[in-house]
Ligand binder design. Sequence first.
Ligand code: FES
Ligand code: FES
Length: 167
Amino acid sequence: MIEPQPVTVTINGARVHRFVEPRVSLADFLRRDLGLTGTHLGCEVGACGACIVNLDGQPVHACLMLAVQADGMRIDTIEGLSDSGELAELQAAFHARNALQCGFCTPGILVVARDFLRDCRASGRRPTRAAIRDALSGNYCRCTGYEAIVDAIESVAGAAPMREDAA
Ligand code: FES
Ligand code: FES
């Protein structure tokens, strides 16, 4: 057996130090070692997006990355983003528009949508529905047909002063 390696990460604002076997994925580390089960595991091959977390400001598939590769980095999971209130607008919009059914895909979609809207706001650009769908192209939802999810994200985008994207 390969010896566990030291890993230090900042997770949802808290510094965490653990010894982790090198073969353990970031998703398993979050879920099993840290109890952050809001990061879901669907396909475990990078196709469904259920495991997406924010790593140093960018969405990444936690199933495709080893925990040891995250050493020294900042990770924000659905739990931290939710507790900090950063997702409040999106969560309210998803609730108002029934943009979820089983909810399995929802954490990954919220992480992606939050980063997408942050980037849109930074550039002063209001996204089209096509751009929203494109942003969600790595997130599978088996229940909703996406229409209500796009409605919810579009409504949050529309609440901020941004210029319209060309269609
Ligand atoms: S579990 Fe990571 S993309 Fe499906
Ligand atoms: S709400 Fe069930 S997979 Fe999206």
